[in-house]
Design a protein around this ligand. Structure first.
Ligand SMILES: *[C@@H]1O[C@H](CO)[C@@H](O)[C@H](O)[C@H]1NC(C)=O
Ligand SMILES: *[C@@H]1O[C@H](CO)[C@@H](O)[C@H](O)[C@H]1NC(C)=O
Length: 509
């Protein structure tokens, strides 16, 4: 009887609260992004909401309450392997070229989604949604889909906001102390770094405004009924969920309708497969975990770099667990290769002592969560910035990919193992990541429901969001002051000069 009552209580507890209909739009065919989007969708569904989920990664058995609209074809626009080979080479291209590449590939994803007939069918349904959750990353045309359903818009950013997004959303992101995601700067920049940062920010904002937004508008005109004007519907979001946190990112100004939920994807450690558990248990000297994430395949490491890795690993007293997607001949006995590794669950094992990572944000957060010090080999995107911060917080040692030598890598692993400060610092960061008023996923759910309960919560919108950039930064005021103060002063100087000249002339005469 007691059990029955408890069960009843439990059911009431989880089903209390309203159930909402939420449309989730997600356009990026990259696994690490999928982890984030699907985590949000799953938790919304578990809370009793009905979620329609547009995704390139349909599940074999979707969660109860989730209706998937599968856009698997998107995966062909970014096949794992082909693009990553070039990612290693892209090291040599400039930041500006990288920025343009990202803008364009995201536009391609957006175009695929908007032109898909399943999306046209969705637009015809006349379905009512209580909110639209939009994965927001250089896909502004998709805002028109959200607008079409006339529901409060919740944007989700998989990392701190991209600079062009901050600009369009009027989210404060001054170039003076918010480093551009593509740089390897931290918030404390030298004069020269601030100069570079301002230039890069300005370039990325203007390029997106002038070259990408018109293309997004053209997509809207072609595929969205009513052809809404993007400039009208931009910057009308009810809420922005940011996948960042002061533990792994930096303290930045966040407006009242933006909420940091960094770390929300990390779940309680699940039991490991038997052979993996045994390998970790038996590694009495400790384990080095090595993974380059989901985009970069270890198989695309050129031969010479691969040899460096194997040489370093073979000389370690510890065992090495390596995420590698193919067979490797002549493997040293202390190295175990697995095609897929549950990174977070492995990091939770006490024998794991070092995590060699590409420095992706999710991996970095998992390393910090489980307090395993890092050796970072960043390749692209935000990885350099993440590692620049991690080394400034002194819980990681960075090894540049170009300068990856046997000596440098083994020194880095040695340093992280032998110098206790790395472990201490990452334990401190781990505490910061875990010490929150609400678990980050609960915070996400709370705020999504909040904006629905309050009809889009316009009261959270700060007045500055309705000013244009010139007004918000008081450039207009500065210009007027310049005219009113500087012009008379300048005129006075000119007049005085003339007069004195005349006097001198008079005297001479
Ligand atoms: C985007 O698509 C166009 C046309 O299909 C293609 O030529 C271009 O290379 C793609 N851009 C990227 C960055 O993948
Ligand atoms: C802006 O958002 C509010 C609240 O969600 C909505 O009522 C309004 O129609 C939106 N405006 C535009 C132009 O989309």
């Amino acid at each position: 009887m007691l059990w029955f009552n408890l069960l009843l209580l439990f059911t009431v507890a989880i089903s209390s609260g309203d159930s909402y209909k939420i449309l989730t739009l997600f356009h990026i065919p990259i696994k690490s992004h999928h982890i984030l989007a699907s985590k949000l969708v799953k938790e919304l569904a578990r809370k009793g909401h009905e979620v329609t989920f547009v995704t390139p990664f349909p599940e074999k058995t979707p969660e109860k309450n989730v209706k998937e609209i599968s856009l698997e074809g998107l995966q062909a626009l970014f096949p794992p392997g082909t693009t990553c080979t070039s990612e290693f080479k892209k090291e040599d291209t400039s930041l500006l070229q990288k920025a343009i590449f990202v803008d364009q590939i995201q536009y391609n994803f957006t175009k695929y989604l908007l032109s898909h007939e399943k999306i046209h069918d969705l637009l015809k349904t006349q379905e009512h949604y209580d909110a639209v959750l939009l994965y927001y990353y250089l896909n502004d045309a998709m805002l028109a889909l959200a607008h079409h359903f006339k529901a409060p818009v919740v944007l989700f950013a998989s990392m701190p906001l991209y600079v062009s997004a901050s600009f369009l959303l009027s989210h404060p992101s001054p170039s003076s102390y918010v480093p551009n995601i593509l740089t390897d700067f931290t918030g404390r920049m030298t004069f020269y770094q601030r100069l570079q940062n301002s230039f890069l920010d300005a370039f990325m904002i203007l390029y997106y405004q002038w070259f990408m937004l018109p293309q997004h508008q053209a997509l809207v005109d072609a595929y969205v009924p009513g052809k809404p004007d993007l400039y009208q519907i931009l910057n009308n979001e009810s809420l922005v969920l940011l996948n960042s946190h002061v533990s792994t990112n930096e303290a930045v100004p966040v407006v009242p309708n933006a909420v940091e939920i960094g770390g929300f994807h990390i779940e309680e450690a699940k039991p490991l497969p038997k052979d993996l558990q045994k390998f970790l248990d038996d590694s009495k000297n400790g384990v080095v975990l090595f993974s380059m994430g989901s985009i970069v395949r270890s198989a695309h490491f050129p031969k010479d770099k691969r040899k460096i890795l194997i040489d370093v690993f073979s000389k370690l007293k510890m065992n090495v667990l390596w995420k590698f997607e193919q067979e490797l001949p002549d493997l040293p006995p202390n190295v175990k290769i697995m095609e897929w590794i549950p990174i977070s669950d492995v990091l939770a094992h006490p024998n794991v002592k070092v995590f060699i990572t590409h420095g992706g944000l999710l991996s970095t957060m998992e390393g910090v969560y489980h307090a395993v010090p890092l050796v970072g080999i960043p390749i692209f995107a935000d990885q350099k910035m993440n590692m620049a911060l991690a080394t400034s917080y002194e819980y990681a040692v960075e090894v540049s990919y170009q300068e990856l030598t046997e000596e440098k890598l083994s020194q880095a692993v040695d340093e992280v193992l032998k110098n206790p400060k790395y472990k201490e610092n990452i334990q401190r960061r781990s505490k910061i990541l875990r010490d929150r008023p609400l678990k980050p996923i609960d915070s996400a759910l709370y705020w999504i429901e909040y904006v629905i309960r309050h009809q889009g919560a316009p009261h959270l919108r700060y007045p500055g969001a309705d000013l244009n950039w010139l007004q918000r930064n008081l450039i207009d005021v500065a210009a007027l002051v310049a005219v009113v103060v500087l012009v008379p002063v300048f005129a006075l100087i000119v007049i005085l000069k003339r007069l004195t000249k005349n006097k001198i002339k008079h005297k001479k005469e």
